[in-house]
Each structure stands twice: as structure tokens, then as C-alpha cells.
Design a protein around this ligand. Structure first.
Ligand SMILES: [Zn+2]
Length: 459
């Protein structure tokens, strides 16, 4: 159900393993496809009514087993990568499209493929999700209706060229988050209105529970999954509240207008009345991180830089430090980061600009706890060494903390290191996985970031 994004969000890497393949016989599939077709006929008038738009072309239906849908998705994603501006090699395209096809085929209940205008439904996943969330089989048809309503809303968005407007923004993370919040938030808001109109609001509640219990959860890393889930929940909640405010203040036409002219900042989701497509002038501190990935060794690196992600940070704070989340958010002024990936190596540099140095211990504790929560497996059968915590002394910093963690054995063994370098009101967090960093290398990165920061702040 989630919108697929071309760039994986590196804050929380949700790796998934294991693929259960159950083949459905041809006859069952014909029946399933007929049922979905019936749903489309039944639901479409409600979707059009709620959205205030007519769908000109009914999407082609693809109803199938995970294996079959995986093949459909791999082909679609490869086409998307080829026409994207990422300039990937054919091998890389194959690797990425088959990776994402597998993830989506394993977890999605439904999908709308914009390039080829296909509506994909995976009955197998819907039933698995229903079972996981204790929703009785008798609700299957009603659940299917709302899944179809959600995907038909995406088809309408595609027809109106909404997603297309966000495509050129894919390297700017905040814009990408805003784009996906608008697309998913609107689809959910509309699905809610369809459920009301069809007198099945309780089914929407079931669907919400199903969404929160995605099948794509890596059971080995429960902490990481909890953070990802919290972020998605926070995004969906805020986006729906945002649309509901705008709907009350201008009906459907206003919602299409907002989608066509995305809010300039993610902060506006917290205060719908401040919505504006024009950017407020503010310092872009993410520029101080530019090119830092070259200090980690030869690439090529796949890089994302990002300004403050208030929504993601708030959600992560609530999950990692529930009692002190508010205090933490009061203390952080900005939090740009850079995430780089090359093969099995991942590097993240995160700069915390704090209100005062009094917040440093709290921010450092948050960073350390977050590291543990994400990377120490909850599955006790996975061998773990550490995290080993050490306070190290490096001239030029008020405080330096270092944690080292080794997870797994043999070819699955992975080395992770996390640093916090504090100087006055600023803290630089450096995370490295699959690439060995010395204290001196990490310190020189932190020093460079802080020097560049002074440069832009004194301007
Ligand atoms: Zn969706």
C-alpha cells in the first residue's frame, strides 16, 4: 500500500529476509480476479464522489500470487530505473529492481503502478495480514473494497499528474517525505471517506491496524521495526489531519490544489493553517555535509543529504526516549544528515545543532540509545559482541563517545561503529557499517563538519 520510493530511506534500514512462496491454482486465481473486478465496479463511484474527479481509464488488473506479482513488479521497477535520472548500470538496475520487487511482493496488499497503469492486488498478503491482526475471514470482501479504493485513489492521482510533480525532487529527502506524505495521506483520507459513505467505517479501522502490522518487518530487529513503524504512523496521522483541515476549509478542489503545490516544509503538516508552497528563508545546514563521503574510502557512493526531518526525529524520539522526547525536541534546532551507501558499506553523518550545550548529554544519550535500538538484534539467536562503549579523549572536542558492535558470524558478520563528537552547542554523530574507521578519521570528519558549520553560520 505504501508508495514505493526509488531511494531507500537510510535512517532506518528495514532489511527483510525469507520469502514464503505459495502457489495458487489457476482456477482460484480466476475467481479472485473476478472478485477484484467486481470490487472495482462497486467502489469506483464512491472514490470518484469523494475525490470530486472522474477516472478516465480503468487500470489493468493484476491479481496473483507473490511469485507472479514479483515478476510483474521487477519488470516495472526496471523500466522506472531505466527512465530515472539515476544513471545506473544494467546490473545495478537488475539488482535493485529485483530487490524491491521481492520486498513489495512479500508485503504489499495492493499497489498501483503508475507507469503502466496497473492495479495490483495480492490476496495472499491480504489474508496473511488479516490473520496477523485477528481480522476474521468474513471481512475479506469489505477489506478488499477499501484496498481497491486506496489504489484507485492513486490511479486518480496518476491521472492528474500528481506523483510526476515530485519525481524531480527525489534527491531532496525532505521533499521526498513531503511527496509521499501527500500521496499516501490523501489516499488514506479518501479511503476513510469512502468507508463512511459505504457505511463500513469499522473496516477502515481494521485496515489501519493491518497497515501498522506490515508483513515486511524483520523479526530479528524488533527495535528497528518499531522505529520505522512509528515514523510511518506519525507521517500518516499528520498527513490525514492536514487533509482533513484543508477539506474543511475548501473541500476537494483545495486538496488537489495542495497536492499540485506541495507545502515547502514538512513542519507545515503540524500546522495546516501555515501551509504555503513557497519556501521560507532558512539556513541550509545540510550543505556542510556535502562530499564528506569521500573521506570513507573509494565509492562510488549513493548519497542522500537531508535537512531537519522534524517528523522522523519526533517519531524516533518518542520510540527511543518516550519520557524525554519533548525535552529532546526542544533542545534540537537542526539536524541535517548525510547517508551514503556503497555495496555493503553504509555511512551516516548527522549534525545536531543544539539550543545550548546543556542539551549535549541528552542528545548524546538519544543517539546512543537509537544506535542500540536499531542495530542490536532482538532475536537472541544472532551472536552479538558489544556494544562496547568507550569515552575517548581527542583534543578539540568537549566530549567524544564511541560504541562498537559486531553482529552475526561468518559471511553475515557485520561491524558497526558509532561516534558522538561534541563541541559547544554542536554534536556530530558518525556511523559506519561495513567500512572500518579509525578514531582519527572519524575525528577529522567531525572537525571538518564543525569548521564548515562555523563558516555558514558566520556569514
Ligand atoms: Zn498507497
Amino acid at each position: 500500500m505504501r508508495q514505493r520510493s526509488l531511494i531507500a530511506v537510510l535512517v532506518v534500514l528495514a532489511a527483510v529476509a525469507g520469502l514464503v512462496l505459495i502457489r495458487l491454482s489457476g482456477r482460484v486465481q480466476d475467481r479472485e480476479e473476478a472478485e477484484v473486478r467486481q470490487c472495482v465496479r462497486e467502489v469506483l463511484p464512491y472514490v470518484e464522489q469523494a475525490a470530486g474527479k472522474k477516472l478516465k481509464h480503468i487500470p489493468e488488473l493484476k491479481v496473483g500470487s507473490r511469485k507472479e506479482i514479483e515478476a510483474v513488479l521487477a519488470e516495472e521497477f526496471a523500466r522506472d530505473y531505466e527512465s530515472s535520472r539515476l544513471h545506473l548500470s544494467p546490473g545495478e538496475i537488475r539488482r535493485r529492481s529485483s530487490y524491491w520487487a521481492k520486498q513489495f511482493a512479500r508485503a504489499a496488499a495492493g499497489l498501483y503502478l503508475r507507469s503502466t497503469k496497473k492495479l495490483v492486488v495480492l490476496p495472499q498478503n491480504i489474508l496473511a495480514l488479516m490473520q496477523k491482526t485477528h481480522v476474521g475471514k468474513e471481512h475479506y470482501h469489505a477489506v478488499l473494497k477499501l484496498i481497491v479504493a486506496h489504489e484507485l485513489t492513486h490511479a486518480l492521482q496518476g491521472q492528474e499528474g500528481i506523483q510526476k510533480r515530485y519525481d524531480h525532487l527525489t534527491t531532496a529527502q525532505e521533499k521526498q517525505v513531503i511527496g509521499s506524505m501527500l500521496i499516501e495521506g490523501y489516499a488514506e483520507f479518501t479511503t476513510g471517506r469512502v468507508a463512511e459513505a459505504m457505511h463500513i467505517p469499522e473496516v477502515k479501522a481494521m485496515l489501519d491496524t493491518m497497515q501498522k502490522n506490515s508483513l515486511a518487518i524483520d523479526q530479528r530487529y524488533g527495535g528497528q521495526a518499531a522505529i520505522s513503524r512509528r515514523i510511518v504512523e506519525e507521517q500518516l496521522m499528520l498527513a490525514q489531519r492536514f487533509f482533513s483541515w484543508h477539506y474543511a476549509n475548501g473541500g476537494s478542489p483545495r486538496l488537489w490544489q495542495v497536492m499540485a503545490n506541495p507545502p515547502a516544509s514538512a513542519l507545515m503538516f503540524y500546522h495546516p493553517e501555515t501551509y504555503s508552497p513557497k519556501a521560507q528563508s532558512s539556513v541550509d545546514r545540510s550543505s556542510v555535509l556535502k562530499g564528506m563521503e569521500n573521506r570513507f574510502g573509494s565509492g562510488p557512493w549513493n548519497v542522500i543529504t537531508y535537512g531537519l526531518d522534524v517528523i522522523g526525529l519526533t517519531a524516533a524520539a518518542k520510540e527511543v526516549m518516550p519520557d524525554r522526547a519533548d525535552q529532546l525536541m526542544t533542545g534540537i534546532i537542526d539536524e541535517p544528515y548525510l547517508a551514503a551507501q556503497s555495496g555493503r558499506a553504509t555511512v551516516v553523518i548527522r549534525l545536531y545543532v543544539m539550543k545550548s550545550k546543556a542539551y549535549a548529554p541528552l542528545v548524546a544519550a538519544f543517539s546512543r540509545k537509537g544506535f542500540r535500538k536499531q542495530f542490536v538484534p532482538t532475536d537472541k539467536s544472532i551472536p552479538v559482541t558489544g556494544p562496547v562503549e568507550s569515552d575517548i579523549r581527542i583534543p578539540g572536542f568537549d566530549y567524544v563517545g564511541r560504541e562498537t558492535l559486531v553482529v552475526g558470524t561468518g559471511s553475515q558478520r557485520s561491524w558497526k561503529r558509532h561516534y558522538e563528537f561534541t563541541r559547544d552547542n554542536d554534536m556530530v554523530m558518525v556511523f559506519a557499517e561495513g567500512v572500518r574507521l579509525t578514531d582519527q578519521q572519524a575525528a577529522s570528519i567531525a572537525r571538518e563538519v564543525l569548521t564548515r558549520l562555523k563558516g555558514i553560520e558566520s556569514r
